[in-house]
Design a protein around this ligand. Structure first.
Ligand code: ADP
Ligand code: MG
Length: 251
């Protein structure tokens, strides 16, 4: 059992010298990153700097070219590892919500529980309703995704991830596809998750969220972590010219 291997004292995420190339394009050039249980680490940086590739590597949607990634002490780059077992411990939320359009909200929330967790219909529906309540969407359990706003769909996508009882959540620009007036409701859900102690790695352009909710802020550029630290420090007093240039463009 994978659970027997988990080291509760190990960091949630421990990325060591991660290198990723696509052909001859080296996109990640040696990333070292440790996320401790309960931390909310936000990642900012220009388009193309490797943020999504980093997140996707953490649950092996991308195969690392070099380096190591340990999840709760387990080396997931070890070819013998049960990666599906590790993946169920990591929830991922993307910019696009990727809900199944032909299924109701509850259907979207139960399918992976039934197939991957082997839960029965009643149990998976009970958990689905609990998680919908957590994101303020209990009243839309029987709706179809097209009947929901983008913000509502993203909250459903977060609930869907929570149904798998992940130990940590990865967010890749979860509000970037939303109309501005819908961003707040999604950030509010993420903030409540953080308050409940969820370990989170969040790629975002929402500097207010990073400042107020983040325990640490990382600035990436050109496949490197250029700067990291307390979000207020990094945003208010950036040390590197590249960070200053980026922030002056976005703030
Ligand atoms: P960010 O999320 O910071 O915008 P990405 O991680 O998406 O950056 O992309 C970093 C670089 O990697 C870009 O140059 C992009 O074109 C390249 N890249 C990402 N995914 C692939 C892929 N599947 N195949 C080839 N190149 C890719
Ligand atoms: Mg990206």
């Amino acid at each position: 059992m994978i659970t027997d291997l988990i080291d509760v004292h190990a960091p949630a995420i421990d990325v060591q010298g991660l290198v990723k190339t696509f052909g001859d394009n080296e996109v990640l050039k040696g990333i070292d990153l440790t996320v401790t249980a309960g931390e909310v680490v936000c990642v900012i940086g220009p388009s193309g700097s490797g943020k999504s590739t980093l997140l996707r590597s953490v649950n092996l949607l991308e195969e690392p070219t070099g380096g190591k990634i340990l999840i709760e002490g387990i080396d997931i780059t070890d070819p013998d590892i049960d990666i599906d077992g590790v993946r169920t411990r990591i929830g991922m939320v993307f910019q696009s919500f990727n809900l199944f359009p032909h299924m109701s909200v509850v259907g979207n929330l139960t399918i992976a529980q039934r197939r991957v967790k082997k839960r029965g219909k009643a149990e998976s529906e009970k958990i689905a309703h609990e998680m919908l309540a957590r994101v303020g969407m209990a009243h839309k359990a029987d709706a179809y995704p097209t009947q929901l706003s983008g913000g509502q769909q993203q909250r459903v996508a977060i609930a869907r991830a929570l149904c798998m009882n992940p130990d940590m959540m990865l967010f890749d620009e979860p509000t970037s596809a939303l109309d501005p007036e819908l961003v707040g409701e999604v950030l509010q859900v993420m903030r409540s998750l953080a308050d409940e102690g969820m370990t989170m790695l969040v790629v975002t352009h929402e500097m207010g969220f990073a400042r107020e909710v983040g325990s640490r802020l990382i600035f990436m550029d050109g496949g490197h972590i250029v700067e990291e630290g307390d979000p207020r420090e990094v945003l208010g007093n950036p040390q590197h010219q590249r960070t200053k240039d980026f922030l002056s463009r976005v703030l």
